[in-house]
Each structure stands twice: as C-alpha cells, then as structure tokens.
Design a binder for this molecule. Sequence first.
Ligand code: B12
Ligand code: SF4
Length: 453
Amino acid sequence: MRVLLISSNVAQTPYPVYPLGMSMIATAARADGHQVEFFDFLQNAMSLTALRQRLIEFEPAVVGISIRNIDNVNMLHEERYLDAVTEIVESIHRSSPAKVILGGTAFSIFPDLIMRTTGADYGVVGEGEELFRQFLAKVEGGHWPPPGTVFSDRPRLRGQAIPAAAYDPHILGHYLREGSVASLQSKRGCPHRCVYCSYPVLEGREIRSRDPQQVVDDIETLAREHRAESVFFTDSVFNDDQGEHMPVLEEMKRRGLRVPWSAFFKPSGITPDKVELMKEVGLRSVEMGSDAATDETLRGQRKSFVWNDVLKANRQFMEAGIPTAHYFMFGGPGETAETAKAGIDHLLQLQCTVSFVFLGIRILPATELHRLAVEQGVVSADHDLLEPVYYISPTVDRDWLQSALEQAFAKHRRIMFPPDRFDRHLRMLHKMGYAGALWEMLRPTPAAKPHSG
Ligand code: B12
Ligand code: SF4
C-alpha cells in the first residue's frame, strides 16, 4: 500500500531538527512491504502547493502526519505550531481521497483536542511503530476503523524490535545543510518523576534500550553515508542510573569511533572515568537538565539530585574541556523571592558554561504540575491547556521575578534570559555553515583554576 509520511514541524529554534519519529515508523511500515515516501513541510518551504503536487503524483491511500511541537514553551516569546497541521490536513482532504492519521509527541500529549481541531481521520498516541503497522494491515485488508479512532494501546518495544530510522538522504541533507546535528535514539523511557515532565507519559517509566550494535551502526551510517559532522542522542536522559548507556559507549570505543556527539544529561552519577570514556568516544558537548538552581526548588520540581551535583558535574566536564549548557526554569513549585535570589547567585557562579533561563513552566496534561496548579488555583480544572498556560508559583510575584532575572542577567553573555535572546544571531551562524549546538560558541574558555564547587 502507498503511504505518504509528512513531517509538519516548522520550528527552527534552537535549530531545525530532522524528523526522527517519522523515519522510525517508516522503517516499521516498509518491513511489512508498504511503499513509504516522505514529505517534509519545512524542507518544502511550507508549501501546500508542493504538498498537493506530491499527493497527485504519489496517490497514497494513507497519509501519516507527524506532529512534534505544540509551542515553543517560552512564555516571553510564544510561538505556536498547530495551525500548520490544520492547514495540511485540510489541504489533503481537499485534494486527495487518502485517509489522514496523526502521531508524534505533540499529538500524544493532546490527542483528542488535536483530532478535533485538525479534522484528521485517525490518530496514534505514543510509540508509533506497532500501532501504525497494525493500522496499515487492517486497512490493506479493507477494514477501515470507524473515523475518529485514536489508537493508544501501545506495546512497548525494546532491543532489536525498536527499528533504526530510515534516514532519507534528501531530507537529512537539507537539515545538515541548515546546520543541524543528525539525530538518533539509543533508548526510550525515563524512570524519574520530575513534576512538570511529560516524557514518562510519552515513552513510559521503564528504560527500554535499543541494541547497542544497531545504535553504533546508525552512528557509522550517519557519519559515513550522510556525512554528518556530529550526532545527538534524543534519549530523555542519556546517562541513566541503570547504566544502559554504557554498552553503547563501549561499542563506540571497540570500533574506534570518534564521531562528535551530544545528548541530554542529568547532573548526578557522573564519574571521572565515565567522562574520560565519553570524551574518548567523541563527546562534544553536554546539555544538562539542571532545571532549578537551589536545593529547595530542585525539591519542588522533584528532581533526583541537589545543587551540589550540578556544581560537581559542571566542574567535571569543565576540567575535561567539554562544553556544557544548563537549562533552568524559575518560578517553579517552592520558588520564593529568597530562592530566586539564591538561584541567581548560583547561576552567576557557574563557570565555563552557558545557561538558558526560562520564566515559568509550561503546564502539560497528565503531569504532577498540572494537579498542583489546579490545587493552587494557578489554572482552572476545566482549562484544556492547548492554549499554553505557564506555572509560576503563587509564592513569588511574577513581575518581580521577571525583572529580577532581567536585571541579573542582562549583561551576561553566557546566561540567556529570555532563553531565545541570541537566537537570531545564532541562526546567522548556521547559515554561514556552522553545524551543531551553537551555544558552544558562547562558552568562555576554561579558567586556569577550576571552580571549587
Ligand atoms: C531530543 C529532543 C529535543 C532536541 C532535539 C535534538 C535533535 N537533533 O533531534 C532539542 C534540544 C534540539 C529539542 C528542541 C526542542 N524541543 Co524537544 N524534545 C526532545 C525529546 C527528548 C525527544 C524527541 C525525539 O526525537 N524523540 C525520538 C523520536 C523517535 O520519537 P518521537 O518523535 O516521539 O516519535 C515516536 C512517536 O511520537 C510516534 N510518531 C512520531 N511521528 C508519528 C507519525 C505518525 C503518523 C504516527 C502514527 C506515529 C508517529 O512514533 C515514533 C516512534 O515510536 C522530546 C521529549 C520526548 N521524550 O519525546 C522533546 C519534545 C519533543 N520537545 C519539545 C519542545 C517544546 C521543543 C522546543 C520547541 C523547545 C524550544 N523552545 O527550544 C524545541 C523545538 C526544536 C525543533 N526545531 O523542532 C516538546 C514538544 C511538545 C510541546 N511541549 O510542544 C517535547 C515533547 C518535550 C516536552 N514534553 O515538552 N528537543
Ligand atoms: S525531566 Fe528528565 S529526568 Fe525528569 S522525568 Fe523528565 S526526562 Fe526524566
């Protein structure tokens, strides 16, 4: 059966990202003999005319749309992304008899609302490979499910059952030219219970790793066949406590790979020998989910580490000469004027790093933060949350907090508040051919004497 997969993502900050989810379900569908083609909306300059042309030429029976982002989670400079999806669905329905099925992270967070606002025919919540295959098998046999059906009874894949992405050379080439890093996934799931986080809702709490050989095969393919200069692991947390990342690192070492790579890290559990091993196999930079800057607010966000862990991790990577970026959210549960002032001081003391500072936390459904926000009257229980609502603790004044952050960080080139402060300049660098996480260029050179923590 002919299947067209569309990436509807139009977000370009911090950089345009290759549509990995769409590429993984493509592998699954192709394994069942379906003829799968891609249409990347961003690569096609968001042209509905180009999309209609593709529909006429390819005549798919099913069109799958991957929806990644709802908005940019930045309350000081909001961007919303779902209108593009509605336009795409309307355009398909007008110009083709194909049925439209939705999936992806944004869809999985708001399935019912997005079904309603876009007018799509079907949807898949969460991990897509198995449910998409089952759907295609049914419709190939002529059994179309009732319109509006959303499939969510997801079997959780692990090991070799999680497919390698079908990296499309034209689409990946486009993203690499735009300065992106190539992406791959080594595992799914996160066992932590951070108050605001939807990742465990999306991928589950159990860590399910891919086969390390296949992960490292992917890195080789990206570097050799696609000429990717660096890669990013999209795992929720790369350095998991169970050590599932170790076989991947060891396999990279065994093959003598030095492809520069980066990932999301949590600050705890980092040891000197691990840093050394990671550096040896190409670790280029670290994106640290520090999230809050005092022990009180880390507790409020239910993080599994304390501020000292952040300092220690920062120091370890600094001493190894590996650039780090930390992400912080002010205004979370437990924030007061005192914690904010202490947190600002802590950020100013962090050496040799770039920090991105967000005001407020985007409330997503099915999270502990949502329950708390309703209980504290931050949002009403009947608010659907598709329109972004940001949590700022009632224990701190929002206007005071914003101006305190502005004043504290205005003169600091390496502390970004608002977090998109330098986006425009950085995008220019991408256009000039610089690839990867551009914040690396803002990092000061390591101090002679490391910070004592
Ligand atoms: C890694 C990551 C990043 C990295 C990406 C690096 C890279 N080179 O790819 C970075 C740091 C750059 C980043 C940036 C952003 N991110 Co981000 N990111 C993630 C993360 C952790 C993983 C995404 C991923 O690639 N997963 C791997 C793929 C394989 O999984 P998948 O896309 O979910 O696909 C599966 C299913 O969804 C489904 N599926 C997907 N498509 C389809 C289509 C069909 C038809 C079907 C049936 C199924 C299906 O099947 C797939 C395979 O099982 C997610 C959280 C998470 N755990 O999912 C957030 C997440 C996607 N990001 C999010 C956001 C908001 C952003 C930013 C807008 C933040 C910002 N202001 O900068 C930017 C946007 C970047 C952009 N240009 O799009 C949100 C999106 C939802 C929302 N709140 O709007 C998420 C969900 C986090 C969250 N809870 O808030 N991100
Ligand atoms: S914030 Fe990170 S560590 Fe916490 S639950 Fe989410 S993915 Fe896991």
